[in-house]
Design a protein. Structure first.
Length: 258
């Protein structure tokens, strides 16, 4: 098992100005489990192309990424660029995969989990499904700040802290969840806070996730685009184009072409 010291010193790669975890998926799960056991707190950002490129235009979001205990390569293009930059073992660490894996491995250590976000109906289905999948798991509460007002979001942190969890899973959508973690993670210590976006919906069956072949091929974004074209088309055109341009320039500099 990975030691706490090793977990803190996990492999990372600078990706367009942000240090991002650059190990295997299994290593990422062990790193999070050990951090949760250590009681050192902090928060984890699941960083895809949208989050990374939005941060370049949003100083507050960039501060949230820089102040995170760990930033994970949630998008396949992020992990691809890490490998091009020399991190040969870098794998994608998607939030919908990380959450059940940490919950599963955490059972042997009695880790306690709390969920913030989504709707009451989704949270109920999520909890019921996780208890069925992972017998003995300790799920100590869930809270849905449905209207997302500042007072309600601050209250969600208080509710979560009162349950004394080891891990707080957060699904508010980007960049709201990253900014929430930046503001409230310290008050939730010793728990680790992890923003996992649509993971609640996928795990609860409220939304269909991309098929396995699409995930393996790095095409989960395309599946989501077909499901929500109005919401996602503009985002993908803007942030994906910016990522391609910045990545190309980065690799060109690395190979002495600029």
């Amino acid at each position: 098992m990975t030691s706490v010291a090793a977990a803190v010193a996990s492999p990372q790669t600078d990706v367009l100005g942000v240090e991002i975890f650059a190990g295997t998926f299994s290593g990422a799960v062990d790193t999070v489990v050990e951090r949760a056991r250590s009681g050192h707190g902090g928060y984890v950002v699941q960083c895809n192309v949208h989050v990374l490129m939005t941060a370049h235009d949003d100083p507050e979001l960039m501060r949230a990424l820089h102040d995170a205990w760990l930033v994970m390569p949630d998008g396949a293009p992020i992990a691809w660029l890490q490998r091009r930059l020399g991190a040969a073992t870098a794998e994608r660490v998607g939030g919908p995969d990380l959450m059940p894996s940490v919950i599963d491995r955490g059972r042997r250590h009695g880790l306690r989990h709390f969920f913030v976000g989504s709707t009451p109906e989704t949270l109920q289905a999520l909890v019921t499904g996780l208890e069925a999948c992972f017998p003995g798991v300790e799920l100590v509460g869930a809270h849905s700040p449905q209207f997302g007002t500042p007072a309600e979001l601050a209250g969600a942190a208080e509710v979560a802290a009162a349950a004394a969890p080891n891990v707080v899973w957060l699904a508010l959508g980007a960049p709201k969840q990253e900014l929430w973690m930046h503001k409230h993670a310290m008050s939730l210590a010793p728990a680790v806070v992890i923003g996992v976006g649509a993971a609640f919906d996928f795990q609860a069956g409220a939304k269909a996730r991309a098929p396995e072949w699409a995930r393996r091929g790095g095409l989960e974004w395309a599946h989501r685009l077909t499901r929500e074209p109005r919401r996602l088309t503009g985002r993908y055109v803007r942030t994906n184009s910016a990522f391609v341009l910045r990545s190309g320039a980065c690799l060109a500099r690395r190979h002495g072409l600029m």
